[in-house]
Design a protein around this ligand. Sequence first.
Ligand code: C2E
Ligand code: CA
Ligand code: CA
Ligand code: CA
Length: 279
Amino acid sequence: AHDSKTMRYEFYTPELNRGANERFKLESDLRRAVGQDELVLHYQPQVDLRTGRVVGMEALIRWQHPEFGLIPPGRFIAIAEETGLIVPIGAWVLRTACVQIREWQRAGQSELRIGINLSARQFEQHDLASMIAAVLEETGLEARFLDLELTESMVMKDVETAIGILNDLKTLGVQLSIDDFGTGYSSLSYLKRFPIDVLKIDQSFVRGIAQHSNDAAISGAIISMAHSLGIRVIAEGVETEEQCAYLSQKLCEEIQGYLFSEPLPASEIEVLLRDGKQL
Ligand code: C2E
Ligand code: CA
Ligand code: CA
Ligand code: CA
């Protein structure tokens, strides 16, 4: 018995241990973070390609950890999903972003829209639509200024149920977007059955627009297909003038990416809005 115990310990490599420990620590810290003002939202502008003006913002969460500094969502959203903490975190994101955008609207950006990422767990909450309705009511934000971003996998998992949920959300008057479009397995025949307003072309296609004719062709095809279904397009991860010019020529409605601005804290977004920054 003693031997097998020793053996067992030998299987834990230091790397594995560190990984497991870090995860465990992040998990317990995250429980605390939710109630302690450690979560922050950054905002990334979305720009209208015809006017060059900022028309929306995507809210992107970060975790200001007391020891580790600013942690990107890629390192804790999965943990939040698995533990269910994403439900209270998601509610906090929605509320905080709606309050913020309402403030910017009052300060003069009266038509500014806010995009929120919904997680699979949130999408499955039976009270999602009523929770969103309550936040809109409470913050005074008009529903048409709220854009809910969903992924293909969330809506394709159980199409009939998803259509029901999407219709409930549409009834509120919010905008619905499919995020990371082109990376998941989606069926074009279902796309027309979803009450979707926007497709966000994934950055993996946008990145290769100038170098790889395939990526340019895919981006162009997504845009024309979306338009033929009456769906608008936002291209993500736009970093260069060439990418921007190509998307503009293909009549893509909006771009989001480092070319215009990286995601910024609210105070820096205010400077950008005050200066009237344009593309
Ligand atoms: P996403 O929704 O696809 O967000 C876009 C990501 O691309 C963001 O990473 C953004 O900072 C990054 N990005 C924007 N422009 C550029 C660019 O020009 N070049 C490059 N290379 N990257 C660009 P971020 O902020 O690290 O977020 C990663 C993911 O975490 C998001 O991907 C989203 O899936 C998730 N996430 C972020 N905030 C939330 C949240 O509040 N709730 C949920 N459920 N997920 C969130
Ligand atoms: Ca997104
Ligand atoms: Ca995306
Ligand atoms: Ca993504």
